[in-house]
Design a protein around this ligand. Structure first.
Ligand code: DGY
Length: 321
């Protein structure tokens, strides 16, 4: 049996696979970069199991090349918009992902970005390093308080819930939620109000995105949506870059249509929309939502268990297909 891993993942996960399947040939891409489509196809050829990342495009053409030998694709991510699930289903390839174990890590980054926008933390850091701190002043670097603010949450999944809880319980925020389905537990436990997108955008002091990228959420936050936000509001995105129209965001930030944006994800990663990196009111992180030792080890463990289960003929946990 051959298992191909497209990118180095935590050692413990590789050891777990090697121990459980000692006769299998386990190969890991030795280069610290995403493979091109051609490289991926060549390296994965003849694999019984593929461990991939969100940066690998697992499309029908690739799956047709690798099936029927390929039995499982275990993606080292919770998001799976890079995988053609329908093709996998018709070709009999199982697909698994890693939900649950990166909820806290990603929620932390969303709250950190929200705070950084609210209190202009990165701007302040830059000012100090540029030697421009001339001492305390009454009107210097004023931001917006998070305490008691109204927060708009897009998407009522696990990560959105953790962010909502943190801001409600820790900061007394009011919650406006836009989501496909209404969640009575959010209403009862967090006092959240489920509203339509326009009402959420117009009422929120902070908007934080936690929905998956699907056809209906692509560019959900476009120029018109940004124009509905308060000029004092900040937007945070830790979901997927394409939920937001990044070019429209650059325009909105430039024109002061909104106060700030905190982004961990981008439409064309690792590229950024032109002008974004020059904006002082944009806080930009390199897709590190799940980048804690704890979360990444747990993600590795779930991938390893999925591969082991499928190759042993068992049902994997967290199967998408
Ligand atoms: C995911 O898992 O989908 C995140 O974006 C990266 O951990």
């Amino acid at each position: 049996m051959r298992i191909y891993v497209t990118r180095a993942i935590p050692d413990a996960a590789l050891r777990r696979i090697a121990n459980a399947l000692p006769a299998a040939r386990l190969e890991v891409n030795p280069e610290d970069r995403t493979l091109s489509a051609v490289e991926l196809r060549e390296h994965a050829r003849g694999a019984d199991a593929l461990v991939c990342t969100l940066a690998d495009r697992i499309d029908r053409a690739l799956l047709e090349t690798l099936a029927p030998r390929l039995r499982v694709v275990a993606t080292f991510a919770v998001g799976y918009e890079n995988i053609d699930l329908e093709a996998a289903r018709t070709l009999g390839v199982r697909v698994t992902h890693t939900p649950g174990v990166l909820t806290e890590a990603t929620a932390e980054i969303a709250v950190a970005l929200l705070m950084a926008c609210a209190r202009r933390i990165v701007e302040g850091d830059r000012l100090i390093r540029a030697g421009e701190f001339r001492g305390w002043k009454p009107l210097g670097a004023l931001g917006h308080s998070v305490y008691g603010a109204t927060v708009g949450v897009v998407g009522a999944g696990r990560i959105g819930r953790r962010v909502a809880e943190t801001l409600r319980r820790g900061f007394g925020c009011d919650l406006l939620v836009y989501s496909r389905s209404r969640r009575p537990d959010w209403e009862e436990e967090l006092g959240a109000r489920f509203v339509d997108l326009d009402a959420m955008l117009e009422g929120a002091d902070f908007v934080t995105l936690h929905c998956p990228l699907v056809d209906e959420t692509r560019h959900l936050i476009d120029a018109a949506a940004l124009a509905r936000m308060k000029p004092t509001a900040s937007l945070v995105n830790t979901s997927r870059g394409a939920v937001l129209d990044e070019v429209a965001l650059v325009d909105a930030l430039r024109r002061g249509e909104i106060a700030a944006a905190g982004l961990d994800v981008y439409e064309r990663e690792p590229r950024l929309a032109e002008g974004l990196a020059e904006l002082p009111n944009a806080v930009l992180l390199p897709h590190i939502g799940s980048a804690t030792h704890q979360a990444r080890n747990a993600m590795g463990r779930l991938c390893a268990e999925a591969v082991i289960a499928v190759l042993a003929g068992r049902e994997p946990a967290h199967a998408l297909v």
